[in-house]
Design a protein around this ligand. Structure first.
Ligand SMILES: *Cc1c(COP(=O)(O)O)cnc(C)c1O
Length: 391
């Protein structure tokens, strides 16, 4: 079997019964909003992990590069390699967990690692060519997230260790905020204070680290002092606020719309059970539409008998259990509905709208998860059309 190339994957999804329309003008608008919120000396690293939160990392990154964005963040070496292979030449920061086995690919594709342990720094130096220039890395500091990162009080010693004397070049120092979308700023203030104290100590020792960054979308929106000289927006680029606090003052525009079409409409008698485990019974003679979308397309199964879709500009309830590749909706109140009619799962139709925030509330999760999961098996359509990387 030959390996699946990203190009092949794209071709395969073109036949998907579910379409994600990615509005690149809305993406452009959201970039403008983030830029308006940060000061002129502050740069922007666009987070495009998880296939750009389901929006397609290649075209999203390409659009962002054309807008002048010069830094990109991914979660894995694999994601970074995909962007390099498609021609993105800008610095790409691998922000997720690293394994020693991935380091030769990382070096080969000129990806910038986030270093969170002394062992990883040593592993990296061992894989560098003896004569290569110092390899750029960012150091992650744990100021309270307790996930990855060097403990705050060990960083100064860590920077003195052998790998940083000649083989590695510290391009950035970063931390991640754990609670920046909370109305109560206490924990974030504590994290930022720890980070700032460390920066001052490093500076007083005469060391210069060019990039200092802490802010995800919540930091950008709610904590001006977290911006430093680089911010790392993710979810706001895709048009959604990072938390339940809607008063961000940033008018965002959702970038993804998800649609499908009705495959069949059937008449069902009153009192008939529908679907697996007979979880729904009709209360009247009904017209039930079949949609070619299920949980394997990223629509949460827990929205069985709970979620809604838009047809002919109206909200229509999902009835019965959502299957792997299909679901049923009750269109009895819309007698003109026919096979082939458009169904909106996420986005606007007429004057109605279902947002990822609403779907996330029904499913008791966050919009991030809804967007990522929708991205897995969709036919993606970009508006406006394709342009080549300008790098
Ligand atoms: C995912 C991620 C971000 C972006 O987070 P948003 O809440 O989507 O803005 C920023 N920094 C790191 C390290 C991340 O992993």
């Amino acid at each position: 079997m030959t390996p699946t190339t990203p190009a092949l994957q794209f071709t395969r999804n073109q036949l998907s019964p579910i379409t994600a329309t990615i509005d690149l003008l809305n993406l452009t608008h959201n970039v403008g909003e983030v830029r308006r919120c940060i000061s002129p000396g502050c740069d922007l690293l666009a987070v495009v992990k998880a296939d750009a939160y389901g929006h397609g990392a290649i075209r999203v990154s390409q659009t962002l590069a054309n807008l002048g964005i010069r830094r990109f963040g991914v979660a894995t070496v694999q994601e970074g390699m995909e962007l390099r292979t498609f021609g993105l030449n800008h610095p790409i920061l691998v922000m997720g967990a690293l394994l020693p086995a991935q380091l030769s690919n990382l070096i080969e594709h000129r990806l910038t690692p986030v270093i969170s342990s002394e062992e990883m720094a040593v592993h990296l130096t061992e894989r560098l060519d003896a004569h290569s220039a110092p390899y750029p890395v960012h150091i992650k500091v744990d100021t309270g997230m307790r996930r990855l990162g060097i403990p705050l009080d060990s960083v100064l010693g860590f920077l003195e260790t052998h790998p940083f004397q000649s083989r590695l070049q510290i391009e950035g120092l970063m931390t991640h905020l754990a609670d920046a979308d909370n109305f109560d700023p206490k924990f974030t203030d504590m994290q930022l204070k720890g980070f700032q104290t460390l920066l001052n100590q490093i500076q007083s020792r005469g060391k210069v680290i060019p990039l200092q960054h802490t802010a995800n979308s919540s930091g950008i929106l709610y904590h001006q002092e977290s911006h430093l000289n680089l911010v790392r927006p993710g979810i706001v680029l895709y048009g959604y606020p990072p938390g339940p606090n809607p008063n961000s003052g940033m008018p965002l525009r959702p970038v993804m719309k998800v649609t499908t079409s009705i495959v069949q409409v059937r008449a069902v008698a009153s009192g008939d059970p529908l679907g697996y485990n007979l979880s729904y019974r009709t209360k009247r003679p009904s017209r039930i539409a079949v949609l070619p979308v299920g949980y394997a397309h990223g629509y949460p199964r827990r929205l069985s008998n709970k979620g809604m879709v838009l047809i002919h500009g109206h909200r229509v309830p999902i009835v019965g259990k959502i299957c792997m590749d299909m679901m049923l909706v009750d269109t009895t109140d819309l007698p003109l509905v026919q096979p082939g009619d458009e169904v909106v799962l996420l986005g606007e139709q007429g004057t109605e709208e279902i947002s990822a925030v609403e779907i996330a509330q029904w499913a008791e999760t966050i919009p991030y998860e809804i967007l990522c999961n929708f991205g897995l098996r969709v036919n993606r359509v970009y508006e406006p059309q394709f342009e080549d990387f300008k790098t």
